[in-house]
Design a protein around this ligand. Structure first.
Ligand SMILES: Cc1cc2nc3c(=O)[nH]c(=O)nc-3n(C[C@H](O)[C@H](O)[C@H](O)COP(=O)(O)O)c2cc1C
Length: 200
């Protein structure tokens, strides 16, 4: 199943074709592929080149580690994420290394890193599904995450699978087309809320 973005302007295929599945196939990504995903994240831009991202990552065959990550997910995400061949948690450094001060851009930087990771995944015919729904305190405890770091987002990686393996409600959402706000609601000129002239 493909769910290409319906765009008003052309975009690169990786952007068009990326989406967040809940059904995954049995395909187990190689560590070579996972290494490419981590490289794509590693080479993201970041404020002061602070690189605040850290990753905890497990393939399904790394049973103990995989179960430990899975156990941090909220029930709603566990309903589908058990199919994912790879699970991970992105952990963010709260402060800059160069001066020890709080880094207000840390989550922004991590978003860039995850965006690059997702597009690299797409280029390998893998998909990424990010999850805010996980227990941060449990993750901190399970993985002994130091005080200076904060779990930010969990994610599932794999090749997309058969939507009909999902519970009915999730299967319907899986098959639904992807929706976005209109560009005119997002891109303004001088007057706040009014579409930029070139979009009229
Ligand atoms: C930071 C973040 C947190 C998310 N949390 C969840 C989540 O907990 N559970 C879930 O099923 N999807 C989650 N999603 C996926 C979004 O619902 C999804 O990206 C959005 O509906 C757009 O769909 P698309 O990625 O297929 O284009 C999350 C996405 C992001 C970026």
């Amino acid at each position: 199943m493909e769910k290409p973005a319906k765009t008003d302007f052309p975009v690169v295929e990786l952007v068009r074709d990326r989406w967040s599945p809940r059904a995954f196939s049995d395909y187990l990504p190689s560590f070579e592929e996972l290494g490419s995903l981590m490289e794509a994240a590693r080479w993201a831009a970041s404020c002061y080149n602070g690189q605040p991202w850290r990753f905890i990552l497990a393939r399904k065959d790394q049973e103990e580690l995989y179960k430990a990550i899975f156990g941090c997910l909220v029930d709603k995400n566990q309903e589908w994420a058990y199919q994912a061949p790879v699970l991970g948690i992105l952990v963010v450094a709260k402060t800059f290394e160069h001066n020890g001060k709080p880094n207000p851009w840390r989550d922004f930087d991590c978003g860039l890193a995850m965006g690059q990771l997702a597009l690299q995944a797409e280029s390998l015919d893998l998909k990424v599904h990010m999850m805010a729904g996980f227990h941060k305190d449990k993750a901190k405890e399970t993985f002994n995450i130091p005080e200076e770091f904060e779990p930010l987002v969990a994610f599932a990686i794999g090749k997309k699978g058969d939507p009909d393996t999902l519970p009915e409600e999730l299967a319907e959402r899986e098959k639904a087309p992807r929706e976005r706000k209109n560009l005119k609601e997002l891109v303004f000129g001088k007057e706040w809320g009014k579409p930029a002239e070139w979009l009229e």
